[in-house]
Design a protein around this ligand. Structure first.
Ligand code: SF4
Length: 255
């Protein structure tokens, strides 16, 4: 009988051979699968769904156990596939010389983007009660449209506040070396561009969502304005640091 690991690997390879999927679509998305319009073209999503099959109705503990098992299988299968490829290429992985990863020095823009996430996190924590009171008032007057509007806007802000910092960081990895590599045989600079582009998209969506609160929550106007200015500044610097970034085609989303 097929083991869990064998099933994991087989379903991954079966899906990877499907023409219906867009290779690499998951590289420059926002990982918000519940809101994604491309789930049926995404190997990551479909594989996760396939592995979840049969686990409906599990308890929270069982769900968590499945989660960790999924992670373990993913790492084991990834390692196994690397070893298989290495063997085909005649490379002995145990014989690879030690090498040191170059130290990454954070650019000021990375720090700014990370700080935005931390400050937004704190702001939302400190204003939990305020938000709850607002929601209660809307429930009392039965204003469902506003409840949905604020809930959606809040969800967007929450999804992206740490995501932006992570993508701005990735956009800066080995930036100068990659950008100035005249050959760039494996087109690695595209990873910087794709990361910068999805960061800009996330920033714009966060700004749109914040505008909803800015227009309606006069009590919090000053704080929200500061966040809008901060995001606008990060976006402007990304556009300057990565000229032509918006022309980058993210597989599946911009083709
Ligand atoms: S492309 Fe869509 S479905 Fe796939 S990982 Fe990204 S957000 Fe999720």
């Amino acid at each position: 009988m097929e083991s869990k690991k064998e099933r994991y690997k087989r379903s991954l390879l079966d899906l990877a051979n499907s023409d219906a999927l867009v290779p690499g679509i998951y590289n420059y998305c926002d990982r918000w699968c519940e809101r994604c319009t491309m789930t049926q073209k995404c190997l990551t999503y479909l594989h996760e769904q396939e592995m979840k099959e049969g686990s409906n109705g599990q308890s929270a503990d069982e769900d968590n156990e499945s989660f960790w098992e999924h992670i373990r299988l993913a790492w084991e299968v990834a390692m196994e596939m690397i070893e298989e490829d290495a063997e085909k290429m005649g490379v002995d992985l145990s014989d690879v010389a030690d090498f040191e990863l170059p130290e990454h020095i954070e650019a000021p823009l990375e720090v700014q983007a990370k700080t935005y996430g931390e400050k937004m996190h704190d702001f939302l924590e400190q204003n939990r009660e305020f938000m709850a009171e607002k929601a209660e008032q809307l429930v009392m007057i039965n204003d469902e449209a506003s409840i949905i509007k604020y809930k959606d806007a809040l969800e967007v802000i929450q999804w992206y506040y740490f995501f932006i910092g992570a993508k701005v960081h990735r956009a800066h990895l080995d930036l100068e070396e990659r950008r100035n590599d005249p050959e760039d045989e494996y087109n690695v600079y595209s990873d910087n561009l794709g990361s910068a582009k999805i960061a800009i998209i996330a920033i714009q969506r966060s700004m749109d969502a914040l505008s909803v609160f800015y227009n309606d929550f006069k009590e919090k106007e000053d704080d929200i304005l500061k966040f809008l200015v901060e995001l606008s500044s990060i976006k402007k610097q990304l556009l300057q640091t990565f000229p032509g970034v918006m022309d980058f085609k993210r597989p599946g989303f911009d083709d």
